[in-house]
Design a protein around this ligand. Structure first.
Ligand SMILES: [Cu+2]
Length: 394
């Protein structure tokens, strides 16, 4: 643009300007027009957007209607993007690499818009990467919306649900509390130490992680607990989980199984874990309807990419042969899309997110700075391969 003589540039700008339809995304040519028409300065409002794990910060969060330029920076450690959605409009940036920026220019009518990260089939959004942008006279516009555009709104919500594989909306996570009861069924297998079969795929994700995590993940890629080294055992599990949003979740349940070496283990879950650590989000301990692991960038990549109907992080009293081992064993449970084949229970897919949700995984690990369990690899990892979950009312 700078190299183009001034008169030619103006001609070009007005030509492009006539191609920019109101309400459409102003991609590069339209952006040039907007800049050109106001003598080199951007018209409308500017919102600075900072994306990170797992939030979207908007500065400011309220602007006037008209042209809005989003200056988006990825301040996180993994790729993100920004999508702006509301009042029939849905526009997004391309994927933004950590430490880089992108720009999105849209024309917004008065109303309330969602500004969220669309990466990971809705998982980043559910994990908290969602905020609201208020444009112009938001309250009056919102009321008008409901009166006149009810049909249109319903349709777009339906489309969004289909597009994201029918997962729960993030808004719902902070709304009504939800309860789910899950029960283990089918073959029971214990997963023993061994290498993760999709280590090469996982390594691409591991290499994007901070250095302190890389060593731990690389070790686990070789030693498990995410291996094809499995033993058929016997046992039962029943858990009730309540998701109230960011805080106040609860878990109660018991798992009992006889391990491959004949020892009898009992896991009594009575408290959720609530402390978030990077890439291992817990959201108060219980989350329903999440696409994560594997290539999603969320949680460990040493589990294939999956869809879960329930994921929880809890503390448990752990007993071995009726003797208390610890009151603070760390438990992670998922009712998830099948990851293993039914012949030899080997891991069957790097992206298992489209498989039926019927595998229940129980992982029990020692709390930090406590000794490993007296079990192969120092951990307990048991799957019930044909399990079920039922949503219940509180
Ligand atoms: Cu994201």
């Amino acid at each position: 643009m700078n190299a183009v003589p001034q008169r030619d540039a103006r001609t070009l700008v007005s030509l492009i300007g006539s191609l920019c339809v109101a309400g459409s995304v102003l991609v590069t040519p339209c952006l040039a027009a907007a800049y050109g028409q106001s003598g080199g300065k951007p018209t409308g409002s500017t919102v600075k957007v900072s994306l990170s794990e797992w939030k979207v910060q908007l500065t400011p969060a309220e602007v006037a209607s008209g042209a809005v330029t989003f200056e988006v920076s990825n301040a996180g450690s993994i790729p993100h993007a920004l999508e702006v959605e509301g009042r029939g409009l849905e526009r997004r940036t391309a994927e933004i690499q950590p430490g880089t920026t992108a720009m999105l220019k849209v024309n917004l009518r008065a109303g309330s818009y969602e500004a969220y990260c669309p990466i990971g089939k809705g998982s980043h959004k559910m994990l908290g990467m969602m905020n609201h942008l208020i444009v112009g006279e938001a309250k009056r516009a919102a009321a008008t919306d409901e009166e006149h555009e009810n049909g249109e709104k319903h349709e777009s919500e339906h489309d969004a649900a289909m597009e994201h594989g029918g997962h729960e909306h993030a808004e719902e996570h902070g709304g009504e509390p939800k309860m789910m009861k899950i029960a283990g069924g089918g073959a029971v297998i214990q997963i023993l130490p061994g290498p993760f079969p999709f280590a090469d795929s996982a390594m691409a994700i591991i290499n994007d992680r901070p250095a302190d995590q890389q060593a731990d993940l690389t070790h686990k890629a070789h030693m498990g607990p995410y291996s094809n080294n499995v033993a058929t055992i016997s046992g039962d599990i029943e858990v009730t989980a309540i998701d109230r949003g960011a805080t106040g979740d609860s878990v109660s349940g018991v798992a009992e199984f006889t391990a491959q070496d004949g020892s009898r283990w009992k896991v009594v879950m009575d408290r959720v874990q609530t402390k978030d650590i990077p890439f291992n989000p817990r959201f108060g301990g219980v989350i329903m309807g999440l696409f994560y692991h594997g290539a999603s960038g969320v949680h460990t990549p040493l589990v294939p990419t999956i869809q879960s109907s329930l994921a929880l992080w809890a503390f448990a009293h752990l007993y071995k042969n009726d003797r208390l081992v610890t009151d603070n064993a760390m438990v992670h449970i998922m009712l998830l899309s099948r990851t293993r084949r039914t012949s030899d229970w080997a891991l069957d897919c790097w992206d298992c997110s489209d498989r039926p949700i019927e595998e229940l995984q129980l992982q029990v690990t020692p709390a930090p700075n406590t000794p490993p369990f007296d079990a192969p690899g120092g951990f307990l990892f048991v799957n019930w391969e044909k399990s079920s979950g039922q949503r219940a009312s509180l």
